[in-house]
Design a protein around this ligand. Structure first.
Ligand code: ADE
Length: 325
């Protein structure tokens, strides 16, 4: 079988068509900083394809770089992430690569430029909306059939949560066809736009030592793992397959339907493995009532643009069940 792309980064090409001239990149505000790099908001100036005369548009972008810390390992990681993103086609639920600046790579400068998700990180998005969340399938004010499923500004209802769940399933299904094993699916690694489109981001298992969710294990080398999002067999073997991504997807569903709650809130990270081994699991989230399941079927019948089939990704889910038997 074909190895997932993130296991053959040595052989992946960096196609020249992705190269951006540094002078077309305007770097503005810092959005986030992690132990191994930066993410900044910026703009890419580019020729307007619709214009006859020479005219430039400024496209909002997110820029990942390592420039202020010359570190070969960090740079290699970012370049590998870049090559993985080059190999992944565009999909509405996966953050897509716009290009990169690699000309000064030997001097420690590399910029990875992706599309900008204007509502930022999904975990924070959920947590910030706890107060305005409406726990019901339909808005109180009557909507017509045709507007019922349109995203509606700054409110949040159970229907939105279902839509997020379907969108992330859709993006993961697409990544599995590449094939690309994400290894770190969690709400914090999903981005969201103001029109409520979820985009999966962060294709490298990021090594966030500072984050309490990443527990260090000594195994020859030190590695950081997203323990609460990992399947029991992945905790056992430390090997990841697309089936482990399905488990992480389940934990992500828990995050969605608790509006950004912590998985296993009463279990210490180092006790999670034993907790799962004894057959215990996360509790049913408060906002995930039984209606949710029947709604998937309703949505499917209405031919809403995500189908329930995407959520219950047949082959992968069956493979998981198979493994448990
Ligand atoms: N990475 C971190 N924040 C981002 C954002 N808002 N859009 C795209 N990528 C990001």
């Amino acid at each position: 079988t074909e190895l997932p792309i993130e296991e053959r980064t040595d052989y992946l090409p960096y196609p020249r068509k992705f190269e951006i001239a540094r002078e077309n990149l305007e770097i503005c505000a810092k959005m986030g900083s992690v132990k191994f790099g930066f993410v900044e908001k910026g703009y890419l100036s580019m020729a307007d394809p619709k214009s006859q005369i020479e005219c430039k548009t400024r496209l909002p972008v997110a820029i990942k770089s390592t420039k202020r810390s010359f570190d070969v390992e960090l740079q290699t990681m970012l370049f590998e992430e870049l090559k993985i993103m080059c190999a992944i086609e565009k999909h509405p639920n996966v953050i897509s690569l716009i290009g990169a600046v690699t000309t000064n790579m030997r001097k420690g400068e590399i910029y990875l430029v992706t599309e900008y998700a204007d509502s930022g990180d999904f975990l924070n998005y959920l947590q910030k909306r706890k107060d305005i969340f409406h726990n019901g399938l339909f808005d109180d004010q009557q909507k017509t059939e045709s507007t019922r499923f349109l995203p509606s500004g700054d409110n949040l209802s159970t229907l939105d949560l279902i839509s997020f769940a379907l969108q992330i399933a859709n993006g993961m299904k697409f990544l599995a066809t590449v094939p690309c094993v994400h290894r770190d699916l969690a709400a914090r690694n999903v981005l969201i736009t103001s029109s409520k489109i979820c985009r999966i981001a962060d294709f490298r298992l990021a090594r966030r030592y500072a984050d309490k969710n990443y527990y260090r294990i000594k195994n020859g080398k030190q590695i950081a793992l997203p323990i609460p999002w990992m399947a029991p067999e992945a905790l056992e073997t430390l090997k990841f397959t697309e089936k482990n991504d399905v488990w992480s997807y389940g934990i992500t569903l828990y995050e969605i339907f608790t509006l950004g709650g912590q998985p296993y809130p009463h279990v210490q990270t180092e006790d999670i493995k034993a907790f799962l081994k004894s057959g215990k699991r996360n509790e049913q989230p408060e906002y995930c009532h039984y209606d949710v399941c029947s709604t998937f079927l309703i949505i499917n019948e209405l031919k809403f643009d995500c189908s329930a089939e995407h959520l219950f990704e047949k082959n992968m889910l069956l493979a998981r069940i198979d493994e448990q038997l």
